[in-house]
Ligand binder design. Sequence first.
Ligand SMILES: [Zn+2]
Length: 507
Amino acid sequence: MRRIGGLALLLALAACRSGGGVEDAPDVPAPQPGVDVQRIEAVLSFDPETMTLVGRATLTIAHPDTVGRVWLGLSGAMEVGTVEVGRQPVAAEREGAALAVPVSGVTSVVTLAYRGVPDVGVYREETPSGLVVWTDGWPTRAAGWLPAVHHPSDPLVLDLTLEVPRRWDVVASGTPAGETVENDSRRARFVTSESAPTYTLAWAVADFAFTDQSGSVSIRHVTLAQDSASVAFLSRTPALLDTLAAFLGPLPYGRFATVEVPLVYAGMENAAAPFFQTELYDAPAALEEVVIHEAVHQWWGNDVTPADWRDLWLAEGPATYLTAETVRRLDGLEAFRQSLVQMALLDRRSAARRLVPARLADPEDALTATPYQKGGAVLHLLRLTLGDEVFFRALRQTLRTYDDRPLSTAAFQSELEEVSGRDLDAFFQRWVYGTGVPTLRTRWDRATGTLSWEIESGWGLERVGAELLVRQSGATDQYVPLDDGVASLPGDENPEVFPVGWLAEVR
Ligand SMILES: [Zn+2]
């Protein structure tokens, strides 16, 4: 997810949701050890005018034979009709957004019929292009329309058929798998070719404009009619997907669509079809940056999922950092350095906070600048520490090993250690599980035009090739090695000093 578009606005990442009026996420049951919802086939009939949803979902669930019942999350606003396990009706228990289904053996096929007007996770807005209805699953809001285990540790394959009145267009996560129009209704089917966490499963209904683009994978841009000309801003999508595939491996889900909806934040990494907020469609640079961010999530967050909400940095750190890396490969070193400087500019509290929170009462509390910008900065320092070849090999190995599986921070550390042959415990204790940032002391001697500095030792920043940006009004920006400790500057003005992609408190 990207909350706000544009590098210049990164500082404001920690701000509250800008749209307001967003209801609390449903209090869904916690995941049960060993319970794995593997696949859901859902058929939803939906009327955008009345917001009425009639659903039937068939879940294939693996579970320990001792579990007795599985707990699913589905908003209490959905009235549940018959519940069957292996085609036998069963009595399910409900309490709020929790639904307990009795099961036996080690695999169950659970079918639920439900209907109602969703009270969460499904949104509607009148736009100049007409009514738009879209879903947003973060973090547990997909429970508004889909019964499942709504936790990143339980990604699943969704085979979704949406039935709407024929005048509406439909887009959804996954790959289009056929669309039929019969009488007054349109039925469109989408299948995620690999599993994805439920917060990335989404659909939207509107009168859309579709633009296909050729590339190594199937690419489709879906906009509101008012913004169809803005598709021109997305012309580099094939190039940026190829760039990412070159260092991360093939694009998961094998298809990429961009979908414009009136989101309250910049972008949401819905599987194979991320959603982008309307405001970005007149801000080309910001739109492309958010597209790259959500594209990175197809690998980091969707295909490899965080094991827990506390591990969110394993999705947002790569999304932030590898956006900068993609910019480097597309636009060169200067653009990369500027992205890194912006990434490392964050408020003191967010910089100092543990990257993996010790406790997290509510997953929405995880959405601070910390997993994004500190996560990105820690990855940059890992890259500097391990070297490019080892760092990117470790990323690829992690993606292969944890394909369709949850990745914990401890497991990520193990992958990095295995590939590099190094003990990274001290690094992780300091930067991931620890608090604070090192101090960078600077001294400006106007008489000699000399800037000198010293970085606090013990943070692993020496002799790794870290850089400083030195900015003096009227002079060209200078990038200098942190290890130099001193630089001669041309002007008289007090210089400003910025770490290039790493964290420090500059004094
Ligand atoms: Zn993100």
